[in-house]
Write a protein that binds this ligand. Structure first.
Ligand code: FAD
Length: 609
């Protein structure tokens, strides 16, 4: 009887990885997927599963040995009648060029781990033998912008698709408690701010009276319209939606604990869905600081969007985009707002010159902006929330607030879905590493959206969703976007993409920059937005645009042109010689390109060098 060698599969760019544990010895009988040994690189710990079943005849390695892809670990004599390879899954053969079809076997895709992160070692994959409620080609776990987009694309490409979602509606954080409700409220806040500004232009409105119940109803109606639309689109595509908490039982089964109501109570009913391929799109959750007590006056972004009341005095913990957007809403509605931020600046991401413009336009909103300052304690008393700070701008003694928004970041849900049962690697922080085709280390399981890494943005999730669904359906696809734009939908908006000047400096990259001040834009002056600017950043060698930032109203709507320019490899002439409509804020992108080119006639002549 011939001996079958079990080798180290593709483990990425590692070639001297020590064995830290060995699970088999000569004479052991092993089954498919049994762990042979554990390897530990400086980035991850991983088990090597058996890709053959039988009796171990030779063990060629020992604990401490360093191995690489292809190193023979053991030789196995297949038991009479035993298959030496995994049984093919129904999904096999669907892969197109360069696409490995679904199956349990290595080679696993090599998935990069974020720098400095270890990973939770995946347990050897088990095999569910119990009852199955539903079978599908593609199971999508989570129905946020990543999940529903992946499901709809997969269905459009002919895969029988099931979505598992714990909420009553599709759309995830973005539609239900994120992008959309926040923008519905920001729009109202903007109109209120503009009405106030009209006073100085000779048009006086009465002080607005806020009917918070009506405003909340408006926000809910916006959300309902969109989530209802998604339900209809799922139906139209024959995508089955199974409601409940999903977790993996093994690499081809997810158990769903049915939920009901808005609080996602479990009913006790369970279903098991068998899938050939899966896309994990389980998103992220707001970080709750451990020292902050549970109190209904202390909310995260979801609680803030419920708009229960407009507090007299509000503290926003965290000066990132979500915190500042909510601060904008509440301050426009009448709250006095303080912001505390541990870092030395608000709104990390864009260049400081853009943030400075935003800060200048927003001084009226904030009582205190406490940078380089930490919140160290919160005491909830009947008459208010007493907060103690430490750091550069910490006020003396505890400060009293009526409401606190915790906006200290979001953490991925990777550790909450039983990923280890499917053999999927999850990092210490809960992210799931993926390759450019959005595959996890288990070839037929993909992951997308917030759960795979920063930036946690809906448009990144959707882009990744399409890639994963297309690869799963056998199409050639990969995530190869050069840039992902970021936007703060504050007043004014701040939008940026690609290289910032600060990043170029940090990397020692030679760049040229061109700035068009909105004080030279007729439309910006007419709109009272002459404080804004549009800046383009060019590679000094190739002259191609590699970054840009815009600050001013509608900056988020305009940054798309800069994204396209970067993706297309455009230079200043390409953008500047494109005719932009006049008078628009959008033409400031063309004018910034003309500034770079030296052909702009709307700014004073460039100084001769
Ligand atoms: P999510 O939207 O988080 O969806 C994951 C889904 O999976 C959820 O519906 C969840 O219920 C479900 N789920 C998780 N675990 C399970 C399980 N075990 N079983 C069943 N279901 C499960 N991004 C932007 O691009 N623009 C913005 O303007 C913007 N504004 C934001 C404002 C706020 C207040 C917040 C909080 C976020 C905002 N974001 C914005 C970020 C954006 O919402 C996320 O990046 C996006 O929703 C991520 O999509 P996703 O599909 O990865 O995950």
């Amino acid at each position: 009887m011939s001996l079958k060698e079990i080798k180290v599969p593709d483990i990425g760019d590692f070639d001297e990885v020590p064995i830290i544990e060995l699970f088999v010895k000569v004479g052991d009988t092993i089954a498919l997927e049994d762990a042979i040994c554990t390897l530990e690189s400086d980035k991850a710990t991983m088990d090597v599963p058996a890709d053959a079943a039988g009796v171990v005849k030779e063990v060629l390695v020992a604990v401490g040995d360093k191995v690489a892809e292809g190193t023979v670990l053991v030789k196995v004599e297949a038991a009479a009648g035993a298959a030496t390879d995994s049984p093919p899954l129904q999904g096999e053969g669907q892969g197109g060029d360069g696409v490995k079809a679904a199956g349990n076997n290595p080679p696993s895709p090599s998935v990069p781990l974020p720098e400095g992160e270890g990973s939770v070692a995946p347990a050897p994959a088990g095999a569910w033998t119990g009852e199955v409620t539903l079978e599908c080609d593609m199971l999508v776990l989570g129905a946020g912008p990543g999940g529903y987009s992946a499901a709809f694309r997969a269905a459009d490409l002919g895969l029988k698709t099931v979505i598992v979602e714990r909420y009553a509606t599709l759309g995830g954080v973005c539609l239900n408690v994120g992008c959309i409700p926040s923008k519905a409220l920001l729009h109202v806040a903007q109109v209120m701010d503009e009405a106030e500004h009209m006073d100085s232009l000779g048009i006086a409105f009465a002080k607005p009276a806020v009917d918070i119940d009506k405003l909340r109803a408006h926000k809910s109606a916006v959300v309902g319209k969109l989530t209802g639309g998604l339900a209809g689109m799922a139906k139209g595509r024959k995508v089955d939606v199974v409601r409940g908490y999903g977790h993996f039982l093994d690499p081809n089964h997810v158990e769903v604990e049915e939920t009901t109501g808005t609080a996602q109570e479990k009913t006790g009913a369970k279903k098991v869905v068998k899938f050939k391929q899966c896309i994990i799109a389980a998103g992220s959750a707001a970080v709750h600081l451990p020292f902050i007590p549970r109190d209904e006056r202390i909310v995260d972004s979801t609680g803030a969007l419920e708009l229960r009341q407009v507090p007299g005095k509000m503290l926003v913990i965290g000066g990132g985009i979500i915190g500042l957007e909510m601060a904008t809403v509440y301050s426009s509605l009448g709250a006095k707002v303080d912001v505390v931020e541990m870092l030395d600046g608000l709104m990390q991401g864009p260049d400081r010159d853009a943030v400075k413009v935003w800060e200048k336009q927003n001084t009226h909103r904030f009582d205190k902006i406490m940078l380089n300052t930490k919140t160290t304690a919160v005491e909830a008393k009947d008459d208010g929330l007493y907060v103690t700070f430490e750091g550069d701008k910490a006020p003396d003694g505890p400060q009293k607030y009526d409401m606190i928004l915790q906006s200290a970041g979001r953490s991925p849900n990777g550790k909450k879905i039983g990923a280890e049962n499917a053999g999927v690697i999850v990092t210490d922080r809960g992210f799931i590493p993926v390759d450019a085709q959005m595959r996890t280390n288990v070839p037929h399981i993909f992951a997308i959206g917030d759960i795979v890494g920063q930036p946690m943005l809906a448009h990144k999730a959707v882009h990744e969703a399409h890639v994963a669904a297309e690869v799963a359906a056998g199409e050639k696809a990969a995530f190869d976007a050069t840039v992902i734009p970021g936007v703060a939908y504050t007043h004014p908006e701040v939008a940026w993409v690609g290289y910032t000047e600060a990043q170029a400096k940090a990397e020692g990259k030679q760049v040229d920059t061109a700035k068009f001040p909105w004080a030279a834009s007729g439309r910006a002056i007419a709109n009272g937005a002459e404080y804004g600017f549009t800046k383009l950043i060019f590679d000094a060698e190739t002259h191609r645009v590699i970054g840009g930032s815009i600050v001013g109203p509608n900056a988020g709507d305009m940054i798309g042109e800069v994204c396209l320019a970067i993706e297309m490899g455009a230079d200043a002439v390409d953008i500047g010689k494109t005719i932009h409509p006049h008078p628009t804020l959008g033409e400031t992108v063309g004018m910034a390109a003309e500034v770079a080119h030296g052909s702009c006639t709307d700014v004073p002549p460039a100084r001769k060098k």
